[in-house]
Design a protein. Structure first.
Length: 219
């Protein structure tokens, strides 16, 4: 899709002030989406963006906040990891979507992917990628995906980033895969948050066939 093309679509972003959520909003606005920016303390004043204060742990408030959206990007994270909150919020969004036909895109974690060369080993359980101090974060991401897989709502997808995700340059280029962690041409498993947002909006604008997919930098 050409940047700046008007879609007429209203896209909600839950976790709007985070690293991923804020960049998803930037990309969505550039493509002509109307955006509902959902977070505890949203402060986005850009044209096309409506800040919506919401407690993601309150199902009724979340339902009201998502009214009018045709798609929602779930980009919530907690520090330290709060598995119950992450799973509960994701289930609530799926419950709401099931009654409205809304598409759900969950931006998860790399831990849900299979390890390169060892498909029986999840990245979450592989110390080569996940040091001990972040295993709880990886485990929460796996639980989030399992909640999606167990839910009756059919219109969802999960975007799992590569091992390294950080602010950087928007190139508009990436390589897409399915359930196995990818590495870039330089041997690293990485992508900028800006290009992850490009992949997220590409999936919303033109959904792929895979429920779980991943991306990596493509130079």
């Amino acid at each position: 899709m050409t940047t700046g093309q008007t879609t007429g679509r209203t896209t909600a972003v839950l976790g709007a002030t985070g690293m991923v959520g804020s960049r998803v909003i930037t990309e969505a606005v550039a493509r002509g989406h109307r955006v509902l920016a959902l977070s505890r303390k949203p402060a986005d004043e850009r044209p096309g963006v409506t800040p919506v204060p919401v407690d993601a742990g309150d199902p009724d408030a979340l339902r009201a906040a998502l009214t009018g959206a045709s798609a929602v990007v779930v980009a919530v994270r907690t520090e330290p990891a709060d598995r119950d909150f992450l799973v509960g919020t994701t289930r609530t969004v799926l419950d709401i979507a099931a009654g409205t036909g809304m598409r759900v895109l969950v931006v998860g974690g790399a831990g849900v992917l299979r390890s390169p060369g060892n498909p029986a080993l999840l990245v979450a359980d592989n110390p080569a990628y996940v040091p001990a101090e972040v295993t709880s974060v990886a485990a929460a991401g796996v639980a989030q995906l399992r909640a999606c897989e167990a839910h009756a709502h059919a219109d969802w997808a999960c975007l799992a980033p590569p091992a390294l995700l950080a602010p950087g340059e928007r190139t508009g280029r990436y390589r897409r895969g399915t359930g196995t962690l990818l590495t870039a041409a330089d041997g690293r498993s990485w992508i900028s948050a800006e290009d992850l947002a490009v992949a997220a909006l590409d999936e919303l604008d033109s959904p792929g066939a895979d429920r779980l997919f991943t991306v990596v930098h493509h130079g």
